[in-house]
Design a protein around this ligand. Sequence first.
Ligand SMILES: [Zn+2]
Length: 275
Amino acid sequence: MPELPEVETICRALKKTLPGRKIERILVRDPRLRWPVDETRLRQLVLGQKVVTIDRRAKYLLIKFEQESTLVLHLGMSGRLLLLTGSPPFEKHDHVIFYLDDNTELRFRDTRRFGMVDAVAPGGLETYPRFINLGVEPLAPETRPEALFEKSRNWKKPIKNLLMDGNFMVGVGNIYASESLFYAGIHPKKASNKLSKKDWAKLFRSIQNVLNQAIEKGGTTLNDFVNSNGEAGYFQLLLAVYGREGEKCHRCKSVIERYVQVGRSTYFCPGCQSL
Ligand SMILES: [Zn+2]
């Protein structure tokens, strides 16, 4: 499943190519995605529109147009966005195609169909139902660790679970949560409301570093083919604890341990992350 760094990588790649392009034609080959694609709505809000910029909110890609409507895309479990030239033959799971004015096309391909393609009218993003309950963006400049400290006061659940709760913060999946907690020296089971302001400052910095490292690595595999199998970022990330059960910590030489927390493998160093 594509994680936040993969989506951010795609966002940055699209930012280099799409602005200034106009959507000349839309083809919906199959509307049956997680939510049915509303072709009429797409035509009304996206057809003939010129792209101004690309943004990201959580794992949603936002393609914004001159007339202030927005195309919202989510890759779900297996979605891919392909920027193609020369109209190669369709593959079975090419569901929606946006033809651009420079003879390229943006194809939404999704074998498992958990993805989403939707259009939002000007001014509609503020109240867009799928965005209302999203937590804070870990990479947004306006996100401050002090605010996370305040926000976490009401939560007794383990900090790792809070980090992975999309209503609290978006984009911190299982691997990123384990890695960030290691770098911050915080035990994954520590009660969220027991973290000090200093803990949050360290943790927030770690989260940003881990995500940014993954984005950097992800970016190197991209060219004109915008790929998102969700794995490249992981495998190229230097993992400090995740997947290293029984191996030695690079910092203190303690043996990395693993246990299951809310159904997910959690890795930590008992030497660096005491409870
Ligand atoms: Zn250690």
